[in-house]
Write a protein that binds this ligand. Structure first.
Ligand SMILES: *Cc1c(COP(=O)(O)O)cnc(C)c1O
Length: 491
């Protein structure tokens, strides 16, 4: 199976190459040349499988050259989770797909525990012996998950930039205390879009690449622009469906709806590919916080960046430039690479672009969109906790609010809310939402939430406030290139 760039279909590489490279040389994103299909029988056969087997089955459709070892890698990666990696939970008659039982307690673990295996495996297939520098811009959760995934993995290094003041206290602590001999972390002055744009510039900078090559490194990405990051995310939509069918909540073949809390559009795009492969999905609900570029797009057909950037209580969704939207635009334009390139260039130059009415119609057949501000998000957390005893983190609550509104608008019932973070990761906002005071001391806050909710507090979060800070620095965005180069000589 081959992969092509969204900006130039003639740039055609193998899956292994797409994973190792991360992004196409023309700045486009890799997509599979053909989307593999999954039959009804295959979906039914998932029911009796463990999660790692389901994941290996789905991922194998996209990366056949890695099939030999895939199941073993999935088994190893998902054994780092606390129990079922992607349990489908029913509370008060509602469905929740919990994706936060991994080592860093956010859904990024679903892909980033596995990506190191895909990366090293791909390099082996390509007979490459150079080292790989994983360069990450994070709105909070990808950074930590990438660091945990790649720490001390031979032949790799991992360098992470997060927006100064743009992440939660706990997210920051998770990254600045990271252990491992091949890792580096720094804050960047600015917001996530600044950090992401600066990192993308490094990827496009031949000078930096040459200097890295002199030191024996190639550059790759753990952000969801990398297909290797996206493909493990497709698997849990199939898994959730298999669980629902297995428990008799739906009939085989019955269509369902997923609501996804969205930032960079990676998670929901994985659901879109699952739908294209044949998973019975009726619609996808795109849930945003008040950084609602996408909600406006689904309304108007205009992607317009010219707006204020808001810091919210769901910081991992504080994003205006949703990188993966490029893949959707490519698909829904009839895979028009020229047009996609033009639009992306227009976005950089003018801060906006439009799609045609016909395209928008096609898109809204597959997607609905809602946004919730912080006030509504907190009310959603409090109301549902009162009603059911189930506690949502702010990101998942943005999605649950969208689920409720979508159900009201359409009468749909089989709607699954995708939950992306443990409530402990955003302990301050969650305590506040349920009307509790927030202790200054981080440990006291965690313990208080445990007392209030009876949700078990993970050990790895409990020990966090007592760990030594290893990476306290903050750089200007213009200094990122030099910092990247220094980060590997520091070893
Ligand atoms: C990354 C993240 C999101 C957004 O996911 P995208 O794939 O970027 O759309 C939502 N919630 C949490 C907790 C996250 O870490």
């Amino acid at each position: 199976m081959y992969y092509i760039s969204t900006r130039n279909k003639n740039e055609r590489v193998s899956g292994a190459q797409a994973v190792v490279q991360g992004i196409a040389s023309d700045g486009g994103l890799y997509v599979p040349e053909e989307i593999p299909s999954v039959t009804k029988e295959e979906i039914a056969s998932l029911k009796s499988m463990e999660y790692y087997e389901r994941a290996a089955f789905i991922i194998g459709k996209f990366l056949p050259e890695l099939c030999g070892e895939l199941e073993e890698w999935c088994k190893k990666a998902y054994s780092r989770f606390d129990g079922d990696p992607a349990p489908l939970v029913k509370a008060d008659g509602r469905y929740f797909l919990e994706l936060w039982h991994g080592p860093t307690h956010a859904f990024k673990d679903m892909a980033l525990t596995l990506l190191p295996y895909l990366m090293t495996g791909s390099k082996k297939v390509l007979n490459r012996t150079d080292k790989t520098l994983i360069l990450v811009a994070t709105s909070g959760d990808t950074g930590k998950a990438a660091l945990e995934g790649f720490k001390d993995v031979e032949g790799t290094a991992c360098t992470v930039f997060y927006p100064d003041g743009g992440v939660s206290k706990l997210q920051k602590l998770q990254m600045t205390t990271q252990r491992g001999n091949n890792v580096f972390v720094s804050a960047v002055k600015g917001n996530f879009d600044d950090a992401q744009t600066a990192v993308k510039k490094v990827f496009a900078d031949k000078g930096v690449k040459d200097k890295l090559a002199e030191k024996g490194y190639n550059l790759s990405s753990a952000n969801s622009i990398n297909w290797g990051r996206l493909v493990p995310q497709i698997a849990y939509y199939f898994s959730a469906y298999a669980d629902l069918a297995d428990s008799g909540e739906i009939k085989d073949g019955e269509k369902v709806v997923f609501t996804v809390p969205t930032g960079n559009f990676g998670n929901i795009l994985a659901a879109y590919y699952a739908m294209k492969m044949g998973l019975p999905i009726k619609r996808l609900v795109c849930a945003s916080n008040c950084n609602n570029v996408l909600t406006d797009f689904f309304e108007s057909g205009t992607y317009d960046l010219k707006r204020e950037f808001h810091k919210t209580i769901s910081p991992s969704m504080d994003i205006l430039i949703s990188s993966n939207f490029e893949r959707l635009i490519f698909e829904t334009s009839g895979r028009n690479d020229k047009l996609t390139k033009e639009r992306m260039e227009k976005l950089t130059a003018d801060g906006k672009y439009d799609v045609t009415k016909a395209e928008l119609k096609k898109i809204t057949e597959s997607f609905a969109a809602y946004s919730a501000d912080d006030e509504t998000t907190k009310e959603t957390i409090a109301d549902f906790f009162d009603e059911s005893g189930y506690i949502l983190d702010p990101h998942s609550a943005v999605a649950f609010d969208a689920t409720l509104r979508f159900e009201e608008d359409t009468g749909e019932e089989k709607v699954i809310t995708v939950c992306t973070a443990s409530p402990y990761k955003f302990v301050g906002s969650v305590l506040e939402a349920i009307g509790e005071s927030v202790p200054q001391d981080e440990n006291a806050a965690l313990e208080k939430l445990e007392e209030e909710t009876a949700l078990p507090l993970p050990d790895s979060l409990k020990e966090l406030p007592s760990l030594k800070i290893r990476f306290g620095g903050c750089v200007e965005k213009d200094a990122i290139e030099q910092t990247v180069l220094d980060s590997i000589t520091a070893e």
